[in-house]
Design a protein around this ligand. Structure first.
Ligand SMILES: Cc1ncc(COP(=O)(O)O)c(C=O)c1O
Length: 403
């Protein structure tokens, strides 16, 4: 067996299952889960129609690079969204969702023969970053998000000697679970560090279309272009239809950026066998070409967050994030920072599932930056999310003002 498999940690949802295994949820309430970040809004008809109209595609093997018209549709979206003129032949590659691409990219980039090969990741973080780094033979270094700065990652906490060994940096903007969006100054800093130490930046941008501020989130390649880095040296942006278009089951996204990295990535993917199905390609073209459903989807999230956030903010430390579909809340003081106990008791008394924040982060240098927090995915219908919030309010009030 590959010995590196032993380095993998249990996935947060497995830990959540174990945490809740002996809890009997209050049967007086119907179950509501804010646990898993799976989009639940309806899949647009135009995507389903494109899928069923292209079934003839089942009869042929797809190319790993995808059809030129697919890469053209992706480039067209990058142009409209970020004002970038990318070459679809060399700067864009379809992937089967950003999850597999994050993983595969690490396998392509990391050179485990270099002593101390390191991957830097935010903390808390999307769990694939860690597994991708470990299975590529690298070590991880976790940079904490800072609640005092709207959960921006404290890159200054990373010592110079760690940067010197870093081969790959994962960033997530908008962040999961924090919702924080990186600004131009933060990008400038990371580009400078990448220039100095030679590491690749993998920028996970799968929540880019769900935002609550006027300004759409800045993309990594957009930031690079604004700073005059038109070759996107050492930058790969990862984008996905899962959240933008409510198709997590389609498995469709793309990577874009440095052509010198896309080329070996295509080579890796050819051997790995990660070509996108022709019918998924057809549905993806329809999705990238349409923006109306994305605007409507965003409006639904905005309405939902506008209703739910103030309810919860009255009883706990939580605020509207910049973007994404999570609330990243601090458990009230009476739980003494025990996010797992909060999750268990909430399920037992009110039949609502929330994810303990400590499960989404690692303890590093004596601190787990997710501890004392919970993540709530507001993916269900507004009425259901409001009901969950009302139950959480009752739960917290019953603990802070017991009758
Ligand atoms: C931060 C982040 N990145 C990537 C993904 C993977 O999404 P997909 O593979 O559906 O594109 C997710 C999914 O939840 C996520 O939260």
């Amino acid at each position: 067996m590959n010995p590196l498999l032993k380095r993998l940690q249990p996935y947060p949802f497995e830990r959540l299952r174990q945490l809740h295994a002996d809890v009997t949820p209050n049967p007086a309430y119907r179950p509501i889960s804010l646990g898993i970040g799976e989009p639940k809004h309806a899949t647009p008809e135009l995507i389903k129609a494109a899928l069923s109209a292209s079934l003839a595609g089942l009869a042929s093997y797809p190319a790993t690079a995808g059809e030129p018209k697919l890469r053209q549709a992706m480039a067209g979206w990058m142009q409209r969204r970020y004002g970038l003129a990318l070459d679809p032949a060399t700067q864009i590659l379809p992937v089967n969702g950003s999850r597999e691409a994050l993983f595969a990219l690490a396998q392509t980039i990391i050179d485990p023969t270099q002593a101390g090969a390191t991957v830097v990741s935010p903390n808390p973080f999307y769990q694939i970053y860690e597994g991708a780094a470990l299975l590529a033979g690298a070590d991880t270094w976790f940079a904490p998000s800072d609640p005092a700065r709207n959960f921006a990652v404290d890159w200054a906490a990373v010592p110079q000697e760690v940067w010197a060994k870093t081969q790959l940096l994962f960033v997530c903007s908008p962040g999961n679970p924090t919702g924080a969006v990186m600004g131009l100054d933060e990008w400038r800093l990371l580009f400078e560090l990448s220039d100095r130490y030679g590491f690749v930046i993998a920028s996970d941008e799968c929540y880019s279309e769900i935002y609550f501020r006027e300004e759409p989130p800045l993309g990594s390649l957009q930031a690079a272009a604004q700073l005059g880095r038109h070759d996107f040296k050492n930058i790969i942006a990862l984008t996905s239809l899962s959240k933008r278009s409510n198709v997590p089951g389609l498995r469709s996204g793309f990577v874009a950026g440095d052509a010198a990295l896309i080329k070996p990535f295509l080579l890796y993917r050819t051997y790995h066998g990660s070509a996108m199905s022709p019918i998924v390609q057809a549905a993806s073209i329809a999705a990238w070409d349409d923006e109306a459903h994305v605007v409507a989807n965003r409006a639904m999230y905005r309405e939902k967050f506008a209703k739910v956030t103030p309810l919860l903010a009255a009883v706990m430390n939580v605020a509207l994030p910049d973007a994404g579909f999570y609330l990243w809340a601090q458990v009230p003081a009476c739980f003494a920072g025990d996010d797992a106990a909060f999750s268990r008791e909430l399920l037992a008394l009110y039949n609502v599932v929330v994810l303990p924040g400590s499960y989404l982060a690692r303890e590093a240098r004596g601190q787990n930056p997710g501890a004392g927090r919970i993540r709530m995915a507001l993916v269900a219908e507004t009425a259901e999310c409001v009901e969950a919030a009302e139950r959480i309010v009752s739960f917290i009030q019953s603990r802070t003002h017991p009758t």
